[in-house]
Design a protein around this ligand. Structure first.
Ligand SMILES: NC(=O)c1ccc[n+]([C@@H]2O[C@H](COP(=O)([O-])OP(=O)(O)OC[C@H]3O[C@@H](n4cnc5c(N)ncnc54)[C@H](O)[C@@H]3O)[C@@H](O)[C@H]2O)c1
Ligand SMILES: [Zn+2]
Length: 359
């Protein structure tokens, strides 16, 4: 069962670790725990449905779903659960879930006794190719996403693709938005490969980028490709970063779908700046389409407010900064004129509004 497993190393010297990818990779979990650990706090969500066997005494704690659970309140609850379970610094936290669980449990582990080992078992495509790798952990504030956090590398990451068998369609699309991103930063031509190989190829790119820039001081910006517009769509309420949001509002795009739109927009913007030619723009549209992802702006997207939101992007310093393709590959581009951004947004294809009865 485990013959087809692939191990990708995140080469961070003394903080380096393995990411094991493939169907059945979960069997490697016990071997990833710190030697001498006696207890594990397993952090998961009710909807994940992945049982893990750590081989040591384990206490399972469930946290809520959706971005409103990604808070200090949840970190505090996890801290209290660790106290009650008698978790020491030589024990381990095991996060089992999507990026929300790995971000929150990773941050709780970073804080518990000022740093307790964590192992991530990533159970969404997005977490397997992106969130669980690289050591960024954190929670939200009412003022913004991921504002409180820490770099805390895991001891290891398990990407068992069998756990994806139960993943709902929107979560697949969300993950494929990130896979589409990797097509332009080092992992092209994946769409027809088995999912194990796609995940391993994306993990290899992320591992390389993280190793070159562990603390996000430059090179890691390429992982933000397609994300400037995606984050603006999320801030405008047209896309959601995490699954299972409460309330029965209109269906919003998932993060990766917003990234897909952001990729097409970034290509068109790069084209307008003369950085790439028309055939490369078409390539972006084709990659996005090959994953069944949207390449058009959702109904309700308003250029002026999206531009305002993009000015507040963490890359920007009062200007409009994008990560754009070009002759030297994907790189940050500062001071993009607002009129050009507005023009490219105006020329983007638009999704038909569902409540206008469009056939
Ligand atoms: N740390 C990083 O570098 C990084 C990178 C990207 C995203 N993130 C964060 O990740 C979060 C989004 O992660 P996500 O897209 O995985 O969403 P998520 O963690 O909210 O998971 C989506 C939904 O899928 C459910 N689920 C998880 N595994 C399942 C399975 N195997 N079968 C069925 N359902 C399952 C979850 O319970 C949830 O309802 C955001 O908070 C984002 O900020 C972090
Ligand atoms: Zn993303």
């Amino acid at each position: 069962v485990t013959a087809g497993l692939t191990t990708v190393r995140v080469p961070l010297a003394e903080r380096g670790y393995d990411v094991v990818v493939g169907r059945g990779a979960l069997c490697r979990l016990p071997s990833m725990l710190p030697p001498g650990a006696r207890r594990a706090l397993v952090v998961t969500q009710p909807g994940v449905g992945v049982a893990v066997e750590t081989g040591i005494e384990q206490v399972v704690v469930e946290i809520g779903a959706g971005e409103e659970s990604k808070t200090m309140r949840t970190v505090e609850a996890l801290g209290r659960a660790m106290a009650q379970a008698g978790i020491t610094r030589s024990d381990v936290v095991v996060a089992v879930g999507g990026g929300l669980v790995t971000d929150v449990a990773g941050f709780a582990a970073a804080c518990w006794h000022r740093g307790t080992p964590v192992v991530h078992v990533a159970t969404t495509l997005l977490a397997q190719v992106d969130a669980a790798i690289g050591g960024k952990t954190g929670v939200n504030l009412p003022e913004g996403k991921n504002l409180l956090g820490a770099f805390w590398q895991p001891l290891g990451v398990i990407c068992d693709t069998a756990t994806l068998d139960t993943l709902p369609a929107p979560e697949w699309r969300s993950g494929f938005g990130e896979v589409a991103k990797y097509a332009f930063i080092g992992a092209a031509g994946l769409a027809s490969l088995p999912i194990e190989e796609q995940v391993a190829a994306c993990v290899a790119v992320k591992a390389r980028v993280v190793a070159a820039d562990e603390r996000d001081s430059g090179a890691r910006l390429v992982l933000n490709y397609g994300h400037t517009l995606a984050h603006a769509l999320e801030a405008a309420g047209l896309a959601a970063a995490s699954g299972d949001l409460p309330g029965a509002g209109p269906p919003v795009l998932r993060h990766g779908e917003a990234v897909a739109i952001g990729l097409v927009f970034a290509a068109r913007l790069a084209g307008a700046l003369g950085r790439i030619g028309p055939e490369r723009i078409v390539e972006h549209e084709e990659v996005v389409r090959s994953y069944g992802l949207p390449g058009s702006l959702p109904a309700g997207a308003e250029a002026a407010s999206l531009i305002e939101l993009m000015r507040r992007d963490k890359k920007a310093v009062g200007d409009l900064t994008f990560v754009l393709d070009g002759p030297n590959g994907v790189e940050p581009v500062r001071d993009v004129p607002a009129e050009l951004v507005e023009q490219v947004l105006a020329e983007m294809p638009r999704a038909a509004s569902t409540d206008e009865g469009e056939a």
